[in-house]
Ligand binder design. Structure first.
Ligand code: ZN
Length: 105
């Protein structure tokens, strides 16, 4: 049972192990973060609406000082999706435009 360098798409934690395969052969992973509500996930997000790449873009825009509406408009997504990612950021201690940018040393 080897621990591998895979980020959990939910909590971005690295405490992730391989967890068998889907019937179609896709590797499954399991997040061992006790605070993470997502336990098992796949790295194959091709058919999913919320892709890690999109989250990354949202986070980058948030950290650049865009607010929720601007981010949603520029990425052509719903504000709800932006709020979800912003909430995730906030839970990790990052400040977002909704709470005001604090220290950027
Ligand atoms: Zn997780």
């Amino acid at each position: 049972m080897a621990t591998i360098q895979v980020c959990c798409p939910n909590c971005n934690g690295l405490n992730v192990v391989k967890y068998g395969r889907q019937p179609n052969g896709t590797q499954r992973y399991r997040c061992h973060n006790p605070n993470c509500e997502r336990q098992v996930f796949l790295l194959d997000y091709h058919n999913r609406p919320k892709m890690p790449e999109l989250k990354r873009q949202i986070i980058e825009m948030a950290l650049s000082g865009n607010d929720i509406r601007e981010t949603a408009q520029k990425l052509n997504i719903s504000p709800g999706t932006v709020v979800e990612v912003f909430d995730l950021l906030t839970s990790f201690g990052h400040s977002t435009p909704t709470t005001g940018l604090t220290s950027r040393a």
